[in-house]
Design a protein around this ligand. Structure first.
Ligand SMILES: [Cu+2]
Length: 496
C-alpha cells in the first residue's frame, strides 16, 4: 500500500527545508488546522497500559503529541542498549482514536537526539503514511493531519533510512482506530509489542551493546522481547487480572524482521481480531500469527488463578532470547476447570520464581560489591557469590534439562555434577566440555556414561560459561573453586 521507502526519504536539503518549515509552523501548536470538529488532546499511554475506551459517539479533531527520544535503557540484566523511542520507551506510546476522527499528529524530536526521525502510521491513507511530512531533525517538530478512515489496530514506526536500524532500535508502536460504535466492553486492556534486537555482543554479554547491522541484515536477532526488554512482563512487572475478568490484549509486532507465533500458555483466546482488522473475528484460538508490521487484538476470560505465560511459540525465542512474559491471575480455584499444580521451575527455566529470586539477589549483591569496593579491597568472595547467582540462572535455563535441578543427573544417561570426581579433577576440561560438548564413554563417580552433551559455544558467552561452571562447582555440596571469564577465554583460544 505504501510506496517504496527509498523514494520517500528526502534528500538532506529537502530534509533541512522540512525541518525548518516544521519548526516555523509548530510553535506550541494550539492552532489546530481549520476544522469544524471539536478539538481534543489525545490521551497516550506507555506499555503495558492502554488509554481508556472512547465514549463519544461523534467525530473529533484529535491532537496527538509524540516526543522522539534516544535513551539508554536496560535490555537484560547487566545489558544496556541505546533505544530510539516514540515517547521514551519501547514500544512507543499507545494512541487511541475513533473512526472518522481527524488526527493532528505532532512529532517532536528531542534536542538531545543524534538522528532525524519520522513516523509512518499504517492507519493513514496517503503516501508514506505520514513519513515524508514528519521527517524531523533533532530539536525540531513537524506535524500533519489525517482522517482515520478505517477502524482497526495499526502499527506505526519510523521510516527514516536505514529503516531496519530505526525500527531495530525500538521505533514502533500501536494506534487503535476504534470502530464508530466502539469495541465490546471488557474488564482489562493491555498493550504488548514484540521486537527483535541485534547487538554486537552475544546474548547476555554485559555492558552497553551497540546495534549490529550484519546480524540485522541476516535476521539473526540476539534478543526477541516483549515491550523492549527481557523480563519486562515478568515477576513484579507481570500483567495482572482477577478470576472471572475478561482481558483484551492489543498485541503488535514491530520487527524489524520476525513474525510472531503468539500464544499464551494455559489460555485460549475467546475472540481474535485477526491481523488487527475488524471484520474477521475468529473464536477459540490457541496461537495467532502476527506479521512484522502487523497486529492482532484478542480477548479471553480468565477462569482459574495462576501464572499464564505469554510467548512467541517459536520457542527458542521465548526460552533463549527473551520473548516471554507473564500474566498473574488471582482469585478462587475452580477445580472443575483445572485440578491444580502450578507451572514449575523446570518448565519456566530462568523465569521461574527461583530464578527471579536469583536475579533479585544478584542485584543486591552487585550493590553490595560496589559498597565493598569503595570501603574494602577484599571483594573476591562477593564476586564469587555474584557469579554463582548469575550462573544459577544459566543453569536453570539450560543445564538442568539433563543434569537436573539438583545436579544429580540420571544413572547411565546424564552424569552427575553433584560431587562429580570428573568435574573436580580438571577445570580446563570442564570449560572445553561446555564449549565443545562431549561424546563417547566417560566414567563419573564410578558410573559409565556414553551419551551426547551438546556444545554451548554459540548459546553462551564467555562470562556465562564462567558463571555457570562457578555455580556448579559451588553447588550441590561441591566446593571446587571458581572459573573466570579470562579462564574461559584462554581455554577457548587454545581450542582454535
Ligand atoms: Cu527513527
Amino acid at each position: 500500500m505504501h510506496i517504496p521507502m527509498n523514494s520517500l526519504i528526502p534528500t538532506l536539503r529537502q530534509a533541512a527545508a522540512f525541518a525548518l518549515a516544521a519548526s516555523a509552523l509548530s510553535l506550541p501548536s494550539l492552532h489546530a488546522a481549520a476544522t469544524a470538529l471539536p478539538v481534543e488532546q489525545a490521551v497516550v499511554t506507555q506499555a503495558p497500559h492502554v488509554p481508556p475506551p472512547i465514549t463519544r459517539r461523534t467525530e473529533a479533531h484529535v491532537v496527538v503529541n509524540i516526543e522522539v527520544k534516544e535513551v539508554v535503557k536496560r535490555m537484560d540484566d547487566g545489558v544496556d542498549y541505546t533505544f530510539w523511542t516514540f515517547g521514551g520507551s519501547v514500544p512507543g506510546v499507545f494512541i487511541r482514536v475513533r473512526e472518522g476522527d481527524e488526527v493532528e499528529l505532532h512529532l517532536n524530536n528531542n534536542p538531545t537526539s543524534k538522528m532525524p526521525h519520522n513516523i509512518d502510521l499504517h492507519a493513514v491513507t496517503g503516501p508514506g503514511g505520514g513519513a515524508a511530512s514528519t521527517f524531523t531533525a533533532p530539536g525540531h517538530s513537524s506535524q500533519f493531519t489525517f482522517k482515520a478512515l478505517n477502524p482497526g489496530l495499526y502499527v506505526y514506526h519510523c521510516a527514516t533510512t536505514p529503516v531496519p536500524m530505526h525500527i531495530g532500535n525500538g521505533m514502533y508502536g500501536l494506534i487503535l482506530v476504534e470502530p464508530k460504535d466502539g469495541l465490546p466492553k471488557v474488564d482489562k486492556e493491555y498493550y504488548v509489542m514484540q521486537g527483535d534486537f541485534y547487538t554486537q555482543g552475544a546474548h547476555g554479554e554485559t555492558g552497553l551493546q551497540p546495534f549490529d547491522p550484519v546480524k540485522a541484515t541476516d535476521e539473526r536477532p540476539t534478543y526477541v522481547v516483549f515491550n523492549g526488554a527481557v523480563g519486562s512482563l515478568v515477576g513484579d512487572n507481570a500483567l495482572t487480572a482477577n478470576v472471572g475478568e475478561t482481558v483484551r490484549l492489543f498485541f503488535g509486532v514491530g520487527g524489524p524482521n520476525l513474525t510472531s507465533s503468539f500464544h499464551i500458555i494455559g489460555e485460549i483466546f475467546d475472540h481474535v481480531n485477526t491481523e488487527g482488522g475488524t471484520g474477521l473475528v475468529q473464536t477459540n484460538v490457541q496461537t495467532t500469527m502476527v506479521p512484522s508490521g502487523g497486529s492482532v487484538f484478542m480477548d479471553f476470560k480468565v477462569d482459574v488463578p495462576g501464572t499464564y505465560v505469554l510467548v512467541d511459540h517459536s520457542l527458542s525465542r521465548a526460552f533463549n532470547k527473551g520473548a516471554l512474559g507473564m500474566m498473574k491471575v488471582s482469585g478462587p480455584e475452580n477445580k472443575s476447570i483445572y485440578s491444580g499444580k502450578e507451572l514449575d521451575a523446570v518448565y519456566m527455566g530462568d523465569s521461574s520464581a527461583a530464578a527471579s529470586e536469583s536475579a533479585k539477589r544478584e542485584a543486591e549483591l552487585v550493590s553490595q560489591r560496589q559498597a565493598a569496593i569503595e570501603s574494602n579491597p577484599a571483594i573476591a568472595n562477593i564476586s564469587r557469590e555474584i557469579q554463582i547467582e548469575r550462573g544459577k540462572k544459566v543453569y536453570l535455563s539450560l543445564c538442568f534439562a539433563c543434569h537436573l535441578a539438583d545436579g544429580k543427573g540420571l544413572p547411565a544417561v546424564f552424569p552427575p555434577l553433584a560431587g562429580s570426581d570428573f568435574l573436580k579433577a580438571d577445570t580446563n576440561r570442564a570449560i572445553r566440555i561446555v564449549t565443545k560438548g562431549l561424546t563417547g564413554p566417560v566414567t563419573v563417580n564410578g558410573g559409565t556414561f556414553n551419551n551426547v552433551m551438546p556444545p554451548q559455544e554459540t548459546a553462551l558467552s564467555q562470562d556465562q560459561i564462567a558463571d555457570v561452571l562457578t555455580y556448579v562447582m559451588n553447588s550441590f555440596g561441591n566446593d571446587f573453586g571458581t572459573v573466570s571469564a579470562a579462564d574461559v577465554k584462554r581455554v577457548q583460544n587454545e581450542l582454535k
